[in-house]
Design a protein around this ligand. Structure first.
Ligand code: AMP
Ligand code: MG
Length: 410
């Protein structure tokens, strides 16, 4: 049992200081080469310049007739049609036209395409109802991508369009940053597994599940390391095991001022604690340490505190380790739908639902903001950044908002 402390030995640091300290220690991990298809959700670690022009040759943008844009009047039909696919080596002379489908390579001699809707074909001739100028309805060489053009920068987040671009230029293997391996360790004598019925005084470990999902959401690979009991030796052994092979350790619980809060002293013994308290609600006892090359986050035990501190402090670190240049959530302003009571002394991150309504963003609370009430996070897409004050904030006020999820349709 540790002695009872009445004041914390750790300085209370600001949110800004805590965030900057964490990002100072979070570096992009090594690069690995993966299939473009498997790179979805990853961050590009190399610059991609196209080795080719796209399209490589002039192509028809429509179904119609390829011809010389300067000619006028009916054209004699060249009797073979061009479909998308390999070049057929046709030649279109003056006064001639050839039937061509979208994507077909323009035949030699032709420089324009008349849409089929603007033509009438009969007896081997085509009447042109609406003439086009040279270049009309033609995709020119390199119109979409010029040869040598940089199509994706280092740090690009690879979504469907980016993956499609890699395929377009034939980059089927691509360098991306490795995903961080994140060991998750819940601590507490009171915890039982979620599938068990807790005896009196015990509760189910929900943080393990929630944090594993949060790690995945942030692009990391969660490593489940179970529950550690509140005894020094057992905790030390499990933390040691969890750290083997992990880039990041995330613990929950055991970081407050109680006699069984053993995480801080252990992190101190194993590595360097950079801060042990943040002027932040919910989650003041958040602790950040480095142990060898690994980052360690001691998150508070209350379910809301652990998820909100993960969102604000751990997620940016995981994104930075994946090579993302931008790791912050978008910060916007929204109008409060109702009055709100700030915390008297700490900046508070209140969970809310933000919607676009009648041309403006409006924010509605998710109800009681207690740290144990995980329902206050369910369905939330925003954290309201409420500065400390003795006074209520009236309905209609504009407040600063971190958008943590998609905007919800009205
Ligand atoms: P602690 O910081 O260890 O004192 O934990 C604070 C409170 O958070 C505990 O009293 C529990 O009610 C709750 N708690 C701690 N760990 C978990 C967990 N893994 N899952 C759900 N609730 C937890
Ligand atoms: Mg505990």
């Amino acid at each position: 049992m540790r002695p009872i402390l009445t004041t914390s030995p750790y300085a209370l640091v600001s949110v800004g200081h805590a965030s900057a300290t964490i990002l100072d220690h979070a570096r992009p991990l090594e690069v690995e080469v993966v299939d473009a298809l498997a790179a979805h959700g990853r961050t590009l670690a190399e610059l991609i310049a196209s080795g080719e022009s796209v399209p490589a040759g002039p192509r028809s943008a429509v179904d119609g007739y390829a011809l010389r844009g300067e000619d006028r009047g009916d054209r004699a039909l060249v009797l073979r049609e061009i479909v998308a696919g390999p070049d057929q080596g046709l030649v279109v002379g003056p006064g001639q036209a050839v039937r061509i489908m979208t994507g077909g390579i323009l035949p030699d001699g032709a420089d324009a395409v008349v849409m089929v809707e603007d033509t009438e074909e009969r007896d081997g001739r085509v009447a042109i109802l609406r003439e086009v100028s040279p270049g009309g309805n033609v995709h020119q060489v390199g119109q979409d991508i010029a040869v040598g053009e940089v199509i994706l920068p280092v740090g690009a987040a690879l979504g469907p369009a980016e993956i499609g671009l890699l395929a377009t230029v034939g980059r089927v293997r691509v360098g991306v940053y490795r995903r961080p391996r994140v060991a998750i360790l819940a601590t507490g004598d009171e915890l039982v597994d979620p599938w068990e019925t807790p005896p009196p005084g015990c509760i189910r470990d929900s943080n393990g599940y929630a944090l594993a999902a949060a790690v995945r959401d942030s692009g990391g690979e969660p490593i489940w390391t179970g529950v550690a009991r509140d005894d020094e030796e057992g905790l030390a052994a499990q933390v040691g095991e969890a750290l083997a092979g992990a880039d990041v350790l995330v613990t929950s619980g055991g970081v407050s001022m109680g006699t069984r809060d053993l995480v801080k002293p252990l992190l101190e013994r194993l590595g360097t604690i950079h801060f042990g308290r943040v002027n932040f609600k919910p989650g003041k006892p958040l602790t950040f340490a480095t142990i060898g090359g690994a980052l360690a986050f001691g998150l508070p035990g209350f379910p809301v505190s652990s998820l909100v501190t993960f969102e604000v402090f751990v997620r940016p670190a995981l994104l930075r380790m994946q090579g993302r240049p931008r790791v912050s959530r978008p910060r916007v302003e929204a109008e409060l739908e109702h009055e709100l009571r700030p915390d008297a002394s700490r900046p508070e991150y209140q969970r809310a639902i933000v919607q676009w309504r009648d041309g403006r963003l409006v924010a509605r609370t998710t109800g009681s903001q207690g740290s144990s009430r995980l329902l206050s996070m369910a369905g939330a897409n925003a954290l309201l950044e409420i500065q400390p004050s003795e006074h209520r904030i009236p309905a209609g006020s504009r407040v600063s908002v971190l958008l943590t999820g998609d905007l919800i349709a009205d």
